[in-house]
Design a protein around this ligand. Sequence first.
Ligand code: HOZ
Length: 430
Amino acid sequence: MNKNHTQSTTLFERAKQVIPGGVNSPVRAFRGVGGTPLFITSAKGAMLTDADGNTFIDYVGSWGPMILGHAHDEVIAAVQQAATRGTSYGAPTELEIQLAEEVIQAFPSIEKLRLTSSGTEATMSALRVARGFTGRSKIVKFEGCYHGHGDSLLVRAGSGVATLGLPDSPGVLAEVAASTITVPFNDAVALEQVFDEVGDQIAAVIIEPVVGNMGCVPPREGYLEAVRAITERHGAVLIFDEVMTGFRVSYGGAQQLYGITPDMTCLGKIIGGGLPVGAFGGRREIMDVVAPVGPVYQAGTLSGNPLAVTAGLTTLRLLKSLNPYPQLESATAKLVEGLAEAASKAGVKTVSNRVGSMFTSFFTAEPVHDWTTASRSDRDAFGRFFHAMLDEGVYLAPSQFEAGFVSIEHTDEIIERTIQAAQQAILIAL
Ligand code: HOZ
């Protein structure tokens, strides 16, 4: 049952005339799976509608923020109300204090917090703060982790960079890239070696504690503890990039789930409830180097925007009162088991990774625990499966190297429909 994509195809041709690649963020262009991206006209609950009137069960959820489902009535009503009071002031509001207080309550490692407009700004700023605080220049990141498109972080990055198979990006100065050291994820020995060699020059280690940007890759048991111990021993700032995992894998993020206390944390996605918000925060003594208290400059006209903060605050309050995490966990477990069973019945080798409501089914026969193992997945098979799922009415992330996200609107019935779709799709595609 091939769907009609005439309108999306026409819009894509038009978009390509005025927007690079026709998209405002590369993975959206479907280069990782081939074909034409869908142009979305509306979304509600777990469902997306495209320009041709097709509807899909959505497992992208705007790449993570839509944990309450799209267009949640209470979030929409709060944003509508806020809009009547003005959309931006460029001056402080009480709402910003409330959001900061809510985050600090959920993340005890954060004593002070600065709001930004995106996760990229949060990670860029956190690195600058860590360098300013330590007086050191080098940073360590992990192969296949993606922390937005800041210059120092576009080195062996996951997400769109991995999807497009790009080398480290042109435009990033060699001397900037040279101060970024990369090591494999889930390999504490490799990290220890780097610190043995140049530990006194390392300002920060930045890590996705559960990786979402090479597909979902959980930390091995004891790995995050080792990262914490090594950074502490050498006086480097440990930054958890919880842009995806914050308020997602538990209310207090991966640091609550695994019981690790980083020095700094970056947040985004869910804290904006689907509007543009990011944040970086951490220990008071570190955050007090940020201007105007300290000398490290960081700023933004739309930082703390009242509409975005209202959407985020409403989302966090709903999450706190609903505590949907057990439900999300069981829905996603059921989904992932169903996908694995569909593949195995069809004789197709897949490996499923899941933490809470983040998941990825890799088309590979070996466990996926780092970028090397993730990158050996069969991307062509994934692409065929992706398109067959679209035909069955299921919208997955258009790349093998992105996580899927389940919302509270993914009911048993929707999960069951998805599994049935997968049973069909895998037979057709593979
Ligand atoms: N690289 C982003 C997710 N990991 C994609 C963002 C987008 O295209 O909206």
